[in-house]
Design a protein around this ligand. Sequence first.
Ligand code: A2P
Length: 343
Amino acid sequence: MDRKYKVAVVGATGAVGEVMLSVLSERKFPVGELVALASERSAGGHVAFGNREVVVQDLATFDPTGVDIALFSAGGDISRQYAPKFAAAGAVVIDNSSAFRRDEDVPLVVTEVNPEAIVRRPRGIIANPNCSTMQMLVALAPIHRKAGIERINVATYQSVSGTGRRALEELGRQTAGLLNFQPVEAEVYPVQIAFNVIPHGGDFTDNGYTSEEMKLVWETRKILGDESVRVNATVVRVPVFYGHSEAVNVETREHLSAAEARALLLQAPGVEVVDEPVAGGYPTPVTHASGTDAVYVGRIRDDLSHPNGLNLWIVSDNIRKGAALNAVQIAERLVAEHQANAA
Ligand code: A2P
């Protein structure tokens, strides 16, 4: 009989946790027992798992013994505190926070790009990359392999779901309020997000960039396994509920035309090319990405200002491929690894 797994979702009531549960169910992950964990506030409530309701348990008092795989998405502090405990109890932790991503002994994995990195996980922790880096690299890794990317210049248009459930509520509340001539209150974001764009994601760092921008820099290098790739990033939050967009310019070592890049991306795993030079012939969060799995690429153009430059527009559901889906795909790789070892 095929093995079933005891799977814990930490942060099961959150924007990502909720989708982790639905992706596990949709993809028929071999779940023997599902444990939904959140804070004391949610304990005793229920979350949906397939057509079942699962009782939420308090992470603080939960005993992780017997958990095979734990998907964490409850923020960096919770991961730092609890992920090592789950790993020590024998679970493999797939962590969606940024807590361990930079650690040399923690693999940082995009399943279409560097799945082989999963094998070496001495701490029992595998990190899920930042959503913006994730979707960008699903599209750029094939280009890097073919033509060698020297520099990436990216501006993001990030939806509020990346900030969590409270941000989704804030955008809805502000939008409805403004349409009803109510004053705006900003709690999650520093300024009004409804009908606005905010050039600020995460926290400001010492060099004037934000933490979300710096994640694009060093996560890209770690995942591609190439410290020579230079990344220049501007992260912008936009009033979109689900789906991040990115305007990306790359400079390659060897010339790759837009037509060649398009042909390459048509074959790339996880990528869907939507690229017709007509109205609507490009992906957007609402028309393509939201609620779906693919990374959509359009507006593929030769850079008129640089002989080895290329422009792309990359859109994906940040909660699915950018977070929950990739975490479950990593878990599927673990299952395949067990099956191979058992054979
Ligand atoms: P809770 O709903 O009980 O606060 P989001 O990213 O959408 O804001 O979700 C964050 C997730 O992390 C939620 O599931 C939230 O649970 C969970 N979480 C936040 N703080 C804690 C905590 N101290 N212990 C366990 N889970 C937590």
